[in-house]
Design a protein. Sequence first.
Length: 113
Amino acid sequence: MRRSVQFFIMIFLSMVAAVLAARLEPSGAQEAWSAYPPPPSLTPSSSPRLEQIALKYVAALEATPVTELVIANQHNRRYVLTGRNLQAMTVLSHRTGRSYHVLVDPTDARRRS
């Protein structure tokens, strides 16, 4: 009886080791990570042209000069279902203290220039 228990434990441990080795294989890990989009970059990737579009839009909305506005935050947004990449910006007004969230389409900005 004791030998059969030892045999069962050895078989079980070898199966666990085989499963772990298959899951930790480098090629499998590489394929799993390729399904995810790359992480956002830490440096802003917008151009001064896109920033000016956002500032002019809020200036017209707020009826204030562009010099009283500042861009506080910006990052890229990727919408997978529509296939669009937009630049998201937060514009702050010094005069009112309000914040505006603006999305600028870089392809549209290139067509207008």
